[in-house]
Design a protein around this ligand. Structure first.
Ligand SMILES: *[C@@H]1O[C@H](CO)[C@@H](O)[C@H](O)[C@H]1NC(C)=O
Length: 229
């Protein structure tokens, strides 16, 4: 035996590895052998046949992983902004780009038509860094202390939105705006405040009681955003 594991009496939970070198060649051989058993898992490409857990997806068997898992095509074309908010978010999260699973990073493309807006929203799972590629975007967030930080961003400007805080992006220019955002999570999530408040079936009286808004305004917004009640 050239590798001995010995318990440290002061730190029982962290056994020390003692290496005795009899011959350098045998030592290297034994290191090679041990590295076979301690192989590092380089990646965990998402296996979509199993459900997602709070820590991400299960891993595809490495033998079935191909280069296509590591390449995502689809951010090269503008998203469809013919919608209520005149905006399109094209995600490359783990759900669309399986190789991101477990890596703690992801990207989206953002297209804003004239007057387009991504209304107040949060990403519960990660912080966001936004870079403007075309046009002019007024972006901002509100801190937990209710301080507002907003700025008009031009091409090349970058703004960061700390994890979980409500933020928005609005096309304040005269041309279409294009931006890209990266996240500190493979599945940062997206919750849009207006949809959370008015796009569901929470009874109008309860929305009124919890937001101090008029019932007429609530019913109008429920109508626009697909809510009932
Ligand atoms: C964009 O979305 C609108 C509304 O859903 C739809 O009518 C239109 O066909 C879409 N345009 C393209 C190019 O897909």
């Amino acid at each position: 035996m050239y590798i001995l594991v010995a318990a440290d009496h002061h730190h029982q939970a962290h056994p020390r590895i003692l290496v005795r070198m009899k011959s350098p060649i045998i030592f290297i051989f034994s290191l090679l052998l041990s590295s076979c058993y301690a192989a590092v898992q380089d990646f965990c490409v998402a296996d979509f046949t199993a459900p997602e857990s709070p820590t991400g997806y299960a891993c595809k068997k490495p033998a079935t992983v191909t280069v296509d898992d590591f390449v995502f095509s689809g951010l090269g074309i503008a998203g469809n902004t013919s919608n209520l908010i005149k905006a399109a978010v094209t995600p490359a999260f783990a759900a669309q780009f399986p190789a991101l699973n477990g890596l703690g990073i992801s990207l989206v493309r953002l297209d804003l038509a004239l007057d387009g807006v991504v209304p107040f929203h949060t990403h519960p799972g990660g912080s966001e860094v936004l870079i403007v590629e075309k046009g002019t975007i007024c972006a901002g967030f509100v801190s937990s202390a209710n301080t507002v930080y907003f700025q008009t961003l031009e091409k090349g400007d970058i703004m960061v939105f700390p994890q979980g805080l409500l933020h928005f992006q609005f096309n304040s220019g005269r041309i279409l705006a294009e931006a890209y955002a990266s996240f500190s999570s493979a599945s940062p999530g997206l919750q849009i405040l207006d949809y959370a408040l008015f796009g569901n079936d929470l009874p109008t009286e309860l929305v009124a009681a919890t937001t101090f808004l008029d019932t007429a305004q609530i019913k109008k917004l429920k109508g626009i955003l697909g809510g009932t009640g």
